[in-house]
Design a protein around this ligand. Structure first.
Ligand SMILES: *[C@@H]1O[C@H](CO)[C@@H](O)[C@H](O)[C@H]1NC(C)=O
Ligand SMILES: *[C@@H]1O[C@H](CO)[C@@H](O)[C@H](O)[C@H]1NC(C)=O
Ligand SMILES: *[C@@H]1O[C@H](CO)[C@@H](O)[C@H](O)[C@H]1NC(C)=O
Ligand SMILES: *[C@@H]1O[C@H](CO)[C@@H](O)[C@H](O)[C@H]1NC(C)=O
Ligand SMILES: *[C@@H]1O[C@H](CO)[C@@H](O)[C@H](O)[C@H]1NC(C)=O
Length: 252
């Protein structure tokens, strides 16, 4: 009981500490606008990266806006709303962005944790091609490092969802005769949809082709034996004919 209370206390303080930080995901190359909701009285206001590196400073009295650092060419500052827009974001731009209002004291008004990530690649949907597999249509959906294996059975499959620690999700769903595989991360998603019939009959065809080639192999292996047997039979027949001939000669 005590432990549970302690746990709830720890969890709630954890949440309040982190709720001051707003998590934002941005796709590589895209822009992001960081806003300020509430603003105390201030003399000047700055947006900073990792608390120390100043990106822009606004002085209220003179209405002067001064830009610093490597963001110079790809930053916009709105001197009415005081929001900061960062353009053409790259992975190295990931980090903490803080708006600080300075007057009688310094106040961190808002902090964003910005994560710049690439859009996902399309998931891959393949049939398991082992020809000795007893399943009519077992298939595999692969997105990044996540793999879901399933079986298409009487026009359905059991829906599945797997999420990795870094928020990449692979979802499998079948409806009608379609197999839908959806791979997503916080900034993007891509699907691979295939008709189960196509996927499974392709597999069946492959299986039939393999069976046919196996039969051909047997045929090739057995052919010399057949030919040998045939030759033997012919020789025997010839021998019998010769005997008949000799008998005929004696009689005449
Ligand atoms: C498909 O093949 C993979 C390995 O190639 C295996 O791990 C998976 O279990 C197979 N799926 C089914 C449904 O048989
Ligand atoms: C296929 O579906 C039928 C009925 O929906 C079920 O009885 C059977 O167990 C399923 N087979 C597999 C391999 O999941
Ligand atoms: C996953 O998403 C949650 C909620 O959006 C976020 O708090 C967490 O930091 C993300 N994890 C990673 C590794 O990005
Ligand atoms: C699967 O997809 C169908 C149609 O797109 C939808 O109606 C159904 O709710 C989905 N099921 C799951 C578990 O996502
Ligand atoms: C794929 O997943 C994403 C993220 O969950 C969702 O927004 C999107 O609608 C899904 N697409 C399809 C076609 O189901």
């Amino acid at each position: 009981m005590d432990f549970r209370l302690l746990l709830i206390f720890v969890l709630s303080t954890h949440i309040t500490v982190f709720s001051a930080e707003i998590s934002v995901f941005v796709q590589t190359g895209n822009s992001v606008e960081l806003c300020i909701q509430t603003l105390p009285e201030f003399d000047d206001l700055s947006w900073r990266k990792e608390k120390s590196e100043i990106i822009v400073r606004y002085t209220k009295e003179t209405k002067r806006v001064k830009f610093y650092s490597s963001y110079k060419d790809r930053v916009d500052f709105n001197d009415k709303t005081f929001s900061l827009t960062l353009k053409n974001m790259q992975e190295t731009d990931s980090g903490l962005y803080t708006a600080r209002a300075s007057g009688a004291s310094d106040n961190d008004i808002v902090t964003y944790r910005v994560s710049v990530i690439d859009s996902v690649e399309a998931p891959v949907l393949t049939v398991n091609s082992s020809w000795f597999s007893p399943d009519p249509c077992s298939f595999m959906c692969k997105g990044g490092n996540i793999i879901i294996s399933s079986i298409f059975n009487s026009s359905s499959c059991s829906p599945e969802e797997v999420t990795s620690l870094d928020n990449y999700t692979l979802r499998l769903n079948c409806s009608g005769d379609s197999i839908v595989c959806n791979y997503s991360n916080p900034v993007s998603w891509k699907t691979n949809i295939k008709k189960a019939n196509e996927l499974c009959t392709a597999n069946q065809k492959r299986r039939l082709a393999k069976e046919a080639s196996l039969q051909l192999l047997w045929l090739i292996l057995l052919l010399p034996i057949f030919v040998g047997l045939l030759a033997l039979v012919i020789k025997k027949k010839e021998g019998a004919q010769q005997k008949e001939q000799t008998v005929y000669v004696k009689l005449t």
